[in-house]
Write a protein that binds this ligand. Structure first.
Ligand SMILES: Nc1nc2c(ncn2[C@@H]2O[C@H](COP(=O)(O)OP(=O)(O)OP(=O)(O)O)[C@@H](O)[C@H]2O)c(=O)[nH]1
Ligand SMILES: [Mg+2]
Length: 293
């Protein structure tokens, strides 16, 4: 995230004379601009106002701390720890262009490095978009990983089925399933994803993890919240991965998904390179949002 965007502006706002009620109106605007959403912004402002009055403290440090405490109470981090000696499956969901395929490549590299997992399989279940499987295959080649794919237009459910069989037979430890972000219409997409989810849950190794991760693009603002709402309803989500955090001057979306949907965040994407991903940590996120790091 572009540092200091929210943080610097908040601090300069809070540096204004104490008792200046207009500060709280400006705080509301800043939070909305930072993408936390109007309802969440109002809740934060009301709470910060009340707390600062009760404590009779409205200095910059107190106000920033109050804002952060409020946000911290809603945000949660999802730790994805693969089960040893089992096949762990991560189903990666998200609308087109958010960063699914890149996130899969980064995660494969991350889990290889940090958990010593060697045999990772990638499944190209986006058979709708031309060149989608090609893109995943290129990452697979670069990383030296097995990619299960079929021809464009093939049944994505069949790709998922094949990938599970393949991963099991080679005793792979981790399988990432890349899905389509777009089909002829939204209903069709949801139906397809529900089917993929059903096949994957039915065929998975019950000893391993099964994790449905929704990738959202941090630059798309409140749209991402709507997307999360839809995918949460069907097929369901276990965590959010926040891609393109580096390109967003806002970044408050993790607060919105936490407060509005109760969804935890697992990873943050910080660029286009393989190493540009890290597990989500609430305190690091808040420090970055407030321009402290
Ligand atoms: N700056 C930045 N760019 C990213 C990040 N993650 C992905 N991208 C870029 O976003 C673009 C789309 O990424 P993809 O991984 O192809 O997205 P997708 O969701 O798989 O797209 P579709 O398969 O078309 O649905 C690419 O140009 C990526 O390099 C990130 O964390 N930061
Ligand atoms: Mg893709």
């Amino acid at each position: 995230m572009k540092k200091s965007s929210l943080g610097e502006r908040l601090r300069s706002l809070f540096r204004r004379p104490e008792g200046d009620d207009a500060r709280f109106d400006d705080l509301l605007d800043l939070l909305i601009e930072a993408d936390v959403g109007a309802a969440v912004a109002s809740a934060i402002v009301a709470d910060v106002k009340r707390e600062s009055r009760e404590r009779r403290a409205s200095d910059e440090e107190t106000l920033v701390a109050l804002c952060k405490d409020m946000m911290r109470s809603w945000i949660s981090a999802a730790d994805i720890v693969p089960v040893k000696d089992a096949l762990n499956v991560v189903l990666v969901l998200g609308v087109n262009g958010v960063g699914k395929t890149t996130t899969i490549a980064k995660l494969a590299s991350f889990f290889r490095k940090h958990y010593g997992l060697d045999d990772i399989v990638l499944a190209a279940a986006d058979t709708f978009r031309a060149a989608a499987a090609e893109q995943l295959a290129l990452w697979g080649e670069r990383l030296g990983l097995k990619v299960v794919r079929q021809a464009q237009g093939a049944d994505p459910g069949a790709v998922v089925y094949d990938s599970l069989e393949s991963a099991k037979s080679r005793h792979a430890q981790l399988l990432f399933i890349d899905t389509s972000g777009r089909m002829h219409n939204k209903e069709q997409l949801v139906r397809e994803l529900v089917k993929i989810d059903r096949i994957a849950t039915g065929r998975r190794d019950s000893a391993g993890l099964y994790h449905r991760m929704l990738v959202i693009d941090a630059t798309t603002g409140q749209n991402a919240l709507r997307q999360a709402e839809v995918f949460k309803a069907s097929p369901g989500i276990d965590s959010i991965a926040l891609a393109k955090f580096d390109s967003s001057a806002k970044g408050g979306i993790a607060v919105a998904v936490g407060k509005e949907l109760g969804l935890p965040v697992s990873f943050v994407g910080n660029g286009e390179r393989l190493e540009d991903i890290e597990p989500f940590r609430t305190d690091t996120y808040l420090s970055s949002l407030f321009g402290e790091i």
